[in-house]
Design a protein around this ligand. Structure first.
Ligand code: PSU
Ligand code: MN
Length: 323
């Protein structure tokens, strides 16, 4: 009876693994690093397809990968291409993501549909976490996470990124959340869902373009080693879910708070006027803020991602030593 029970468990588990394999396409150098337990860093693709203009988007994606390699880790940019979950992209694929117009924004809800139809998708934070977890990657670097939108008490607009952080075991290194969101409510939501939020070298959650949001984080880590130990301990305790590590943009690339606040206020009122809803909201706001602030915000955006890549790679290196 026990043997039979175990067989069912093992068989079901094996079957699930087989089914996943047919959807996943892991780049050989990434597969090798994972097999050896070497440090690997996941990267999202929405930032390439929807977040920055060409050619800066592709240039940035390549530079981010190089920064991660230089810090001793293996980069794995994640996207859905022709219905396959690609873990690790080559230069041609990065170029395609940065130029093509048939790339859908893919979050948790969209994955099954996009993959079944053989379509292309740029993965959000939530979807990148899911894909990274399937491949066995535990550390993920991005620019900013989604969150609770301003006025969410009326619109119910809360990013699926937050639910994902409560259940999928991937740590996210980011520059906090843009103030297109309600940062205070985002932190309340994460607290309710049991997601730890830490500042890297700061007591505050950064506000993406600026180093300060006025909201303190729960914890502060000053070294990659401390951050890695905290992540490892959480999962050792069986506490599922991710962790947010907020890394502020370097001071010399920070934006002027009044400039960015003004652009955000205008973008929000335009979104309301136009009745923008659902998955269009975040891309609309990001795009308007970008246009209203001109080249400055793009420069800041690029620099903060570089900074996150270095810190994320250092954390991945420390994390790999703990296993
Ligand atoms: N915030 C940013 N830049 C981004 C995003 C958010 O500052 O590129 C993207 C990320 O991919 C994030 C997604 O996961 O938007 C959240 O979208 P939504 O709010 O629709 O869940
Ligand atoms: Mn939303």
């Amino acid at each position: 009876m026990l043997v039979c029970f175990l067989e069912v468990i093992i068989f079901t588990h094996y079957n699930h693994a087989m089914e996943i394999d047919k959807y996943l396409d892991i780049k050989p150098e990434v597969a090798k690093a994972l097999k050896e337990g070497a440090p690997v860093v996941a990267l999202e693709s929405t930032i390439i397809s929807h977040g920055m203009p060409y050619p800066k988007n592709v240039e940035t994606a390549k530079n981010v990968e190089q920064i991660i390699r230089d810090a001793g880790a293996m980069p794995a940019t994640i996207a859905i291409l022709e219905g396959k979950i690609k873990i690790g992209l080559d230069d041609k694929e990065l170029e395609y993501l940065g130029t093509a117009t048939d790339i859908e924004k893919a979050s948790r809800r969209d994955l099954g549909h996009i993959i079944a139809k053989g379509l292309n998708g740029a993965t959000t934070v939530a979807a990148t976490m899911i894909a990274a977890d399937l491949a066995g990657i535990k550390i993920f670097v991005t620019g900013g996470i989604g969150g609770v939108h301003r006025g969410a008490e009326k619109t119910f607009d809360i990013s699926a990124d937050l639910q994902e952080l409560s259940k999928t075991n991937v740590a996210v290194i980011c520059a906090g959340a843009k103030s297109i969101l309600d940062i205070g409510l985002t932190l309340e939501y994460l607290e309710t869902m049991g997601v730890p939020v830490a500042g890297f070298g700061t007591d505050e959650l950064p506000a993406f373009y600026t180093r300060h949001s006025g909201f303190n984080t729960d914890f502060r880590y000053d070294t990659a080693k401390e951050a890695a130990a905290s992540i490892k301990t959480k999962w050792d305790l069986g506490l599922n879910g991710g962790m947010v590590i907020g890394n502020p943009v370097p001071e010399k690339f920070e934006m002027d708070k009044s400039v960015i606040d003004k652009a955000i206020a205008q973008a929000l009122s335009e979104a309301e006027e136009k009745g923008i809803k659902g998955k269009e909201t975040t891309p609309f706001l990001l795009d308007r803020v970008k246009q209203l602030t001109g080249g400055d915000s793009l420069e800041t955006n690029i620099e903060l991602v570089f900074n996150n890549a270095k810190v994320g790679a250092d954390i991945a290196v420390e994390f790999s030593k703990l296993k």
